[in-house]
Design a protein around this ligand. Sequence first.
Ligand code: DAT
Length: 168
Amino acid sequence: ALTGTPGVGKTTVAALAASDGWTVVDIKAWAAKEGCVVAFDEADQAAVIDVKKLAKRMPAGGRLLFEGHLSHLLPVDVAWVVRCNPDVLRPRLAARGYSATKVVENLEAEALDLILQEALDGVPRVIQRDGTRRSPEALYKAFADAGLGSAKDDDLEPVDWSDRLPFE
Ligand code: DAT
């Protein structure tokens, strides 16, 4: 799984992975195709995906990379968690036209390690890398170089943006 808070750089890394031989599955598009988009959250302005139903439709084998901020909830072997300093993330989210509430929610999620914690709860091996000061190419390489062996330990580059909390 290639996961992380919206705006951290997942899609950018996914494009590089695709050109390096990975089969990339965009979770949102795949969920729509499988009839697993169950609602639209108006407040969140986001599709609600039935991840449990989607998990039952997981294709097997190959170098498959599931990309999206819910991908770590699928029964994957490894999660790549992309991180980004909230100061850098904020203008990216604002540029997407997100509401002020949605921007703050995502910045809080990033500073609280929300996706990392979820990934650690459910995925056998978690690799975390900070994309804040890395080019997309360097970021992809940082994940690819960590290897994939499911027996290996988690490999978490430390980040701490808790001093930025709270956001407004
Ligand atoms: P995500 O798929 O996690 O929502 P994205 O790949 O669409 O994020 O990237 C969000 C924006 O940030 C986009 O304008 C590209 C830019 N970006 C992504 N990775 C970057 C990096 N390593 N350095 C600088 N900018 C980056």
